[in-house]
Design a binder for this molecule. Structure first.
Ligand code: XIL
Length: 355
């Protein structure tokens, strides 16, 4: 009887033990925010990648599969297969999906803005095309998408006071193209969260412009739920103080704050040198780990304001930064190395969760 009891106790504990081994990033931050990753094409041919996704992440973003050029390559042809594959995988594994993205000047075909003879569409024609695209894509995924990046990267870079970047949307429709984009999205799927998403959102000048843009949307009653700070940062910048100022400023507008495309490049943005092609020095990986620790301690401190932290990829092997802004340069911005092994940065992020 005694022996039976012992066996029973061990038997009951087994699932706990194996659960502990399976514990992933998402579990460490369960009470703080969702933890996500961007996922590219061909993930299903990569078993180890799928295993990491299941263990560590509870939300995914298609890295390219839902962009206009991918999902709507020709005026009367939609191509949902690649995005469907990721949405199905996410649903089968209890993960949420972020839609990325509906209105963006990049990775959008030229025909979107033109008649077949190359002359530009009128404002009303482009609005109609935008509405048709947003409605078709969002309806296809209705009920399956947690939130959409409705407008991506609309703000102009630089120290001037011009808020909106030049783009065919701005030239043809005018400044209210964002309002329309959000309103079309709300009508298409009222239950999805709607976001504005951009890079350099911790830069003081860009923050100033973002606050003008976001406040304008809110004042005009445009349906927006949150703001995405892409967070394509480096191991050198921006400072923790500037990141914190931005989180607070966006939160104070009443918006959900999300970190949507996190990676920490080994290079400052203007550095075009290639010092690490042979090997990455340990000191650099340690510096990266320390930066990841500080950044996640900050995220944890503000976990009442931050609803999601998404990495732009999983393994350094597939990071887009191996080809941007320098083509074919070795970068290592993520938590898992080229062999999918956890890096010092991974341990640092776990440590920050336990502070
Ligand atoms: C990048 C992808 O990672 C690359 O594969 C693609 O070639 C270019 O786009 N901001 C965004 C993302 O919002 O969609 C971009 O993704 C990275 C910058």
């Amino acid at each position: 009887m005694k022996r039976f009891r012992k066996l029973l106790i061990v038997g009951l504990m087994l699932p706990l033990i194996s659960d502990a081994q399976e514990k992933g990033l998402k579990d460490y931050y369960r009470d703080d925010f969702l933890v996500g990753a961007a996922v590219g094409y061909f993930f299903q041919q990569d078993e180890p990648l799928m295993a990491l996704l299941k263990q560590h992440f509870n939300v995914v973003t298609p890295e390219n599969q839902m962009k206009w050029e991918a999902i709507h390559p020709q005026p009367d042809r939609y191509a949902f297969e690649a995005a469907d594959a990721l949405v199905d995988f996410a649903q089968q594994n209890g993960m949420k999906v972020i839609g990325h993205c509906l209105t963006w000047h990049s990775q959008t075909p030229k025909w979107v803005f033109e008649h077949p003879d190359g002359t530009p569409l009128t404002r009303d024609e482009l609005l109609a095309r935008m509405q048709e695209h947003i409605t078709t894509v969002m309806t296809h995924y209705k009920g399956k998408i947690h939130g959409w990046d409705v407008v991506n990267e609309a703000i102009k870079d630089g120290d001037d006071d011009v808020v909106l970047r030049d783009s065919p949307y701005l030239r043809i429709i005018g400044e209210d193209y964002l309002d329309h984009s959000f309103r079309f999205a709300k009508a298409a799927d009222p239950s999805a969260e709607l976001y504005y998403n951009d890079y350099s959102m911790a830069d003081p000048k860009k923050r100033e412009k973002a606050l003008i843009l976001l406040k304008g949307l809110i004042d005009r009653g445009v349906p927006i739920d949150g703001v995405g700070m892409q967070a394509h940062w480096s191991i050198y910048d921006p400072s923790i103080e500037e990141i914190e100022k931005s989180i607070l400023a966006y939160h104070n507008l009443g918006l959900k704050v999300m970190i949507t495309e996190l990676d920490l490049s080994l290079y400052k943005f203007d550095d075009r040198s290639k010092p690490y092609e042979e090997a990455i020095p340990d000191s650099v990986l340690q510096l990266q780990a320390e930066r990841y620790r500080q950044i996640f301690e900050l995220f944890k401190k503000h976990s009442d304001k931050i609803t999601r932290v998404t990495f732009w990829g999983v393994s350094d092997r597939h990071s887009w930064l191996n080809n941007f802004p320098v083509r074919n340069r070795r970068n290592a911005p993520l938590l898992f190395d080229r062999e999918y092994k956890p890096k010092p940065a991974f341990e640092a992020v776990i440590k920050a969760a336990q502070q």
